[in-house]
Design a protein around this ligand. Structure first.
Ligand code: ZN
Length: 430
């Protein structure tokens, strides 16, 4: 009985050895172990997140809240620049979904994003905040439901909500201090509120305000270590129809002779060119090309005038959210960008004519990458390009010295900064 048991036992052991130690079994065992390790690793290590800004880098964050346009720059020495803080009144479903969600206002989410982006920067301050022009999707809307500011006696929306969370040192817009003067925008609740905000912040919080000076390269400068980055420049190209001539600080008025009430606000947008080493970047708010490529318009063509003086760039923000009336063939040929970011927040953005124009190599030759911040499902269908459906923050990170850059899509459904895609490094000066 005992012998029989022993024999059975040794047979069982040899069978066990056979199934566990044959080459095939060893391979399966190793594969299973690797899978377990991988699973453990996936649980233990979170997805890659965008490393914080560090000295020498230039970051341009296109922040997607679903409500409007806002770009936050951290310049190579840590000086910071916010261009627009839009919160549109437009309603769903035309407007994009609120990102990360609707539990906080878009202005608060912008400020929270900015504070996170400044991790690693010398100060949690916005040194310069600029309004490209005076539309809600760039500065915030004011209506009956707009809450009071937590800080001062004005309403909090878009740009006026930002200092409830992160201080602004200086505001630059196209008209300060004369919003009633020639070419000034209409007076409406948001403009009245903006003026109240400026006055109170200047008196009580030390805010400075300036009008954008066309033609100069010394209004937006590096504040921490300019001597370390002699190849950095922000050149003011245009505002309110006035355009740099290319000589020193000289300008010309493209809108000369146009009655004030015909000067369109979009065409009055601020445009500038940023240079960092070989890297060149163009941004021009909601400049458009009405009267050239689309519908007639009494305000003269400003896009061509601005693009002629800007010249070729590595990357650009598409004008006017990629709407049907902006980014003329002339502008695109003159800028011939390698990378394009389109700040989109509504169902007609980007529009099919512009989408096709941006992709067509007969407009300008060479490879290009296009990044829209928010293409809704219906928009992708209308574009005949279902693969275009996307939503994320888009971050351009230029390497120290400005020789190359990488473009990241960063997840916008939470605040973790998870990288969805990374494109690059792309060499500058192509
Ligand atoms: Zn706009």
């Amino acid at each position: 009985m005992l012998n029989k048991y022993k024999t059975q036992n040794s047979r069982a052991r040899s069978w066990l050895r056979k199934i566990t130690e044959t080459p095939r079994a060893l391979w399966i065992r190793n594969a299973l172990c690797s899978l377990c390790l991988l699973a453990l690793f996936a649980v233990a290590s979170p997805a890659a997140t965008l490393p914080p800004w560090s000295e020498g880098h230039l970051d341009i964050h296109h922040i997607n809240t679903g409500f409007g346009e806002s770009a936050f720059y951290i310049l190579p020495d840590g000086t910071s620049l916010l261009v627009d803080a839009g919160v549109s009144n437009a309603k769903r479903p035309w407007r994009a979904e609120a990102r990360p969600d609707a539990s906080r206002s878009a202005g608060e989410y912008l400020a929270r994003y900015i504070l996170r982006a400044l991790d690693g920067a010398p100060a949690k301050t916005i040194h310069y905040a600029m309004l490209s022009h005076f539309h809600e999707d760039h500065m915030g809307a004011v209506n009956k439901k707009t809450p009071d500011s937590r800080t001062g006696p004005y309403k909090a929306s878009g740009i006026t909500e930002i200092p409830d969370f992160v201080p602004i040192a200086k505001i630059i817009d196209g008209l300060y201090p004369d919003y009633d003067g020639p070419g000034g925008p209409w007076h409406d609740p948001k403009m009245n509120n903006y003026e109240k905000f400026l006055k109170w912040q200047m008196k009580n919080k030390g805010l400075a305000a300036e009008r954008f000076k066309v033609g100069v390269n010394n209004q937006i400068v590096l504040l921490n270590a300019p001597q370390k980055y002699p190849g950095f420049e922000i050149r003011n190209l245009a505002a309110r129809g006035v355009v740099w001539t290319g000589k020193d600080g000289q300008t010309r008025d493209v809108f000369a002779g146009v009655p004030d009430n015909q000067k369109r606000e979009n065409k009055s947008s601020i445009a500038f060119r940023l240079t960092y080493g070989k890297f060149k970047w163009f941004t021009g708010g909601d400049l458009d090309c009405r009267g050239v490529d689309t519908i007639p318009d009494l305000t003269p063509d400003i896009e061509t005038a601005v693009a002629e003086i800007c010249g070729h760039v590595d990357a650009m923000k598409a004008n006017h959210h990629g709407n049907y009336d902006a980014n003329s063939v002339a502008l695109l040929r003159l800028l011939s960008p390698r990378a394009i970011v389109i700040d989109t927040w509504g169902a007609s953005q980007p529009c099919m004519n512009i989408w096709r124009r941006l992709k067509d190599k007969s407009v300008w030759p060479g490879p290009r990458d296009i990044f829209a911040t928010n293409v809704m499902p219906a928009t992708a269908l209308a574009l005949h390009d279902e693969a275009a459906e996307v939503h994320s923050h888009v971050v351009i990170r230029v390497a120290p010295g400005g020789d190359s850059y990488t473009i990241y899509r960063v997840r916008d459904t939470d605040e973790k900064g998870v990288i969805e895609t990374a494109t690059g490094p792309i060499s500058c000066g192509q």
